[in-house]
Design a protein around this ligand. Structure first.
Ligand code: FEO
Length: 400
């Protein structure tokens, strides 16, 4: 049966995988691809939960046709109107003219804006409304700003399945392995899940917290998100990650070092600090070149670690542009609650340290900059050795 997978006895995954797209939202690299998940419930009424990106529409329609096996489609529930999930609804509605669309007022407004014709087919629901499809009764729960304002999740009270929209999702193509227990998630998926969450939903932490509180009040057995694996075991592991990310609390004590270097001297300074840290026993250190690493990876790593060291050359009397871009991304994603250390470099006017400090103090919430700073004049020499020692000690001390 094509690419379809059975989720429960009467629920089917009818989504598609996309390994051809280079940039998710035309900004975030997805070397492992992405899945657009859609689910079809075969109850007395047939119900499709969300659709897929337009690029996968043909395969998606085939999946639906296979599962319906001649039956008509009665309902389409739209939990989220972003086009990677909703753009194929137009084609679904053309092919299944009796299909009614269930969603909230705001989502219908967005459908109108995108030009989807749903007049005469709308069933508007709001927070707490229920709908019975035969054996299954579902409740609709608002999830505003997770990740758009119209977002909602749908909870099947009959079997505990939560259609969780953008929540509990991940980058990465499924490649046949639909369930979290069919992969080694903590080894192979968590980095992409973190990068997905922090870059896509990271800004809306308080709204994710609201959703987590609502989710705690119902007996969820399974998460069926719009991207990535379906969760049917160990839900607490993933809930805990989302709880930390959305409270902007680090997952690990450790140091992320991001450096901006033109000729290798600032890079050498970053490596020197890494060596000092490891020598002192703090080996949970990751070092990245800001010029070679897409900012979405840096953002995800920043959410992971408790401490961040920025090492930047001074560029046109400013912070190196790509380092500034990283800081700007942290700001617009509402990043908070971290301790920073700084390494600055410059040949004739060293400015990057004071400018990065000002940015962190003025633009990032609940972040502090350690007093000890390394100031390099072109290349780190013997005179800098005590500064590296002091910064390494200060980082380790502030972890206690
Ligand atoms: Fe994958 Fe907010 O959509």
């Amino acid at each position: 049966m094509g690419c379809v997978r059975k989720v429960t006895e009467d629920l089917y995954w009818v989504g598609v995988n996309d390994k051809r797209l280079h940039l998710f939202e035309n900004i975030h690299p997805i070397p492992r691809g992405v899945s657009y998940n859609s689910y079809l419930l075969m109850d007395e009424k047939t119900v499709l939960f969300d659709t897929v990106d337009w690029s996968g529409c043909r395969e998606f329609l085939k999946n639906i046709e296979e599962v319906l096996n001649g039956a008509d489609l009665d309902y389409l529930v739209v939990n989220h109107m972003e086009p990677d999930h909703a753009s194929s609804m137009e084609e679904v509605l053309i092919r299944y003219p009796n299909c009614k669309v269930i969603s909230n007022e705001k989502a219908f407004m967005f459908m109108h804006q995108f030009g989807f014709v749903v007049e005469g087919r709308k069933e508007i629901v709001k927070e707490g409304d229920t709908k019975c499809f035969g054996k299954h009764t579902v409740t609709f729960v608002a999830a505003p700003m997770v990740h758009w304002p119209e977002a909602m999740v749908t909870f099947d009270t009959t079997n505990g399945v939560l259609f969780s929209a953008d929540a509990f999702g991940s980058f990465g193509s499924l490649d046949g392995k639909l369930f979290n227990d069919e992969v080694d998630f903590d080894r192979d998926w968590i980095d992409d899940a973190r990068r997905y969450f922090t870059n896509i939903v990271g800004k809306y932490g308080p709204f994710v917290q609201l959703l987590l509180k609502k989710a705690a009040t119902v007996p969820i057995q399974m998460f069926c998100p719009l991207h990535g694996p379906v969760w049917r075991t160990d839900l607490g592991y993933f809930i805990d990650k989302h709880d930390k990310w959305s409270r902007y609390e680090p997952e690990e004590k450790g140091v992320l070092i991001v450096y901006a270097s033109m000729y290798g001297n600032t890079e050498a300074a970053a490596q020197q600090l890494a060596s000092r840290l490891c020598e002192k026993g703090m080996t949970n250190v990751s070092v990245y070149d800001v010029s070679k690493t897409h900012v979405s990876y840096l953002v995800a790593e920043a959410f992971k670690y408790s401490h961040i060291v920025l090492a930047s050359v001074t560029y046109n009397l400013n912070i190196y542009p790509l380092m500034y871009d990283f800081l700007h991304h942290l700001k617009i994603l509402n990043f908070q609650k971290r301790t920073f250390g700084l390494i600055e470099n410059g040949t004739w006017a060293i400015k990057s340290g004071s400018l990065m400090k000002k940015f962190i103090n003025e633009e990032l919430k609940e972040c502090k900059v350690l007093g000890s700073q390394v100031s390099v004049n072109s290349s780190a020499g013997e005179s800098n050795a005590p500064e590296f020692e002091t910064l390494a000690d200060a980082l380790i001390e502030s972890m206690k």
